[in-house]
Design a protein around this ligand. Sequence first.
Ligand code: ATP
Ligand code: MG
Length: 138
Amino acid sequence: MERTLSIIKPDGVKRALIGEVIKRFDSNDIKIVAMKMIHMTRTQAQGFYAVHKERPFFDSLTDFMSSGPAVVMVLEGENVIARYRELMGATNYKEAAPGTIRADFATDIEKNVVHGSDAPETAAFEIGYFFNNFEIVG
Ligand code: ATP
Ligand code: MG
């Protein structure tokens, strides 16, 4: 059993896509074991995406991530890190496979609706960034 961090980014919340995203977890045997709505400060977004701090898109990305409410979730399931990445689709929605969340809903390489951890180590860091053990069920 594996865990991963999911974020419905501010564009997804603003465009009323929370239900659409959660529906896909339910129909793909992915269990939500923690969930809350947050509005990140710029500093929190910078800490979360610290791995990208040298990238040209870092300022814009962290502005965007702190621009409005987001939904953060811990997902649990077999091989869930890779399976959720598959459901999300490629970073650039134009390259995302048909039927993925980003292919269906993203409007921009930055405003791509969802985030998902990319490896067990990043999942552990990212889950701990937003949740303590008492907030995760099961
Ligand atoms: P995420 O980490 O959000 O799940 P990802 O792992 O598919 O997405 P990363 O390379 O980690 O992609 O980039 C993090 C986020 O930075 C992307 O989801 C996107 O919002 C933004 N981003 C990535 N590349 C670009 C780019 N070339 N221009 C603008 N924004 C970008
Ligand atoms: Mg990433």
